[in-house]
Ligand binder design. Structure first.
Ligand code: ADP
Ligand code: MG
Length: 235
């Protein structure tokens, strides 16, 4: 228990440090990117210099992406909750994803309750779904099914996302929510920690079930008050 508290304090410290480093890095980085863009115009006839500048621009873009994710992670989330239909949001994010290269071979499936509504912050949950879809697509490089399910109980609304990708071993599962943990060459390791912070800001929880070589299911649980519909119907 003691260890756990020390661990979470350490993570919080890393988060704060990350945010201040991120702020320090953003402006000079934008300067480097802008300067490289300008130089690109004046070296048009020299393919080698064009290649070097393009490499700089790509690398700057990658750091910018990491820095933005660090700021996202460290930021205090205050959800702005309004009634939304999770199934509709899942379908919207899936439709956006389908236009992208790494989703070309992914086929989305939807099941469960498609009309149930719950107060959530649409933009933040959109970000969570996008991160989860992206992880699933990256776990299925040869394509496959990505199944989304919405289900409500008396006091919970559960959104689950299942892939049949490479799955994870227990050691990987343990580290999933540690900022910067990644097994990918160009990963930031901030996707799931950001998801966790957003879900917890909604007083919900995120759970992972995964088996190596079989796939992964992520379940998001939100507190939910089922309307006493049956009672009203009877009256
Ligand atoms: P990133 O995607 O940048 O690596 P994430 O926080 O999104 O960071 O994920 C952390 C790690 O968790 C990934 O590098 C990967 O090893 C593992 N992971 C997450 N989602 C899945 C999934 N659906 N299938 C297999 N592995 C996953
Ligand atoms: Mg990710």
């Amino acid at each position: 228990m003691h260890d756990e508290i020390a661990h979470s304090k350490r993570l919080a410290a890393i988060g704060e440090m990350g945010a201040s480093i991120a702020h320090e890095i953003r402006n000079p980085l934008a300067g480097i990117g802008g300067a490289a863009q300008m130089l690109l115009k004046s070296v048009k006839d020299n393919p080698r210099q064009v290649a070097i500048l393009n490499e700089i621009i790509i690398l700057v873009f990658r750091i910018e992406n990491t820095v933005n994710q660090m700021l996202d992670y460290a930021r205090a989330w205050t959800p702005n909750q309004a009634l939304i239909t999770p199934m509709q949001l899942l379908k919207e994010v899936a439709t956006e994803a389908e236009t992208m290269e790494n989703f070309k071979q992914i086929s989305f499936k939807f099941s469960g309750d498609d009309s149930i509504a719950i107060p959530l912050d649409e933009d933040l949950i959109r970000q969570v779904l996008w991160n989860l879809f992206k992880n699933s697509a990256e776990a299925m490089p040869d394509g496959g099914e990505l199944s989304c399910h919405v289900q409500a109980t008396q006091n919970e609304l559960i959104v689950s996302i299942q892939d049949h990708g490479m799955g994870m071993d227990d050691e990987t599962i343990k580290k999933l929510f540690t900022p910067f943990f990644t097994t990918k060459i160009y990963g930031t390791g901030l996707g799931l920690p950001i998801c966790q912070r957003i879900i917890e800001a909604h007083k919900g929880s995120i759970a992972i079930h995964s088996a190596l070589g079989e796939g992964t299911t992520i379940s998001l649980r939100f507190p939910f008050n089922a309307q006493p519909r049956q009672i009203e119907d009877v009256q």
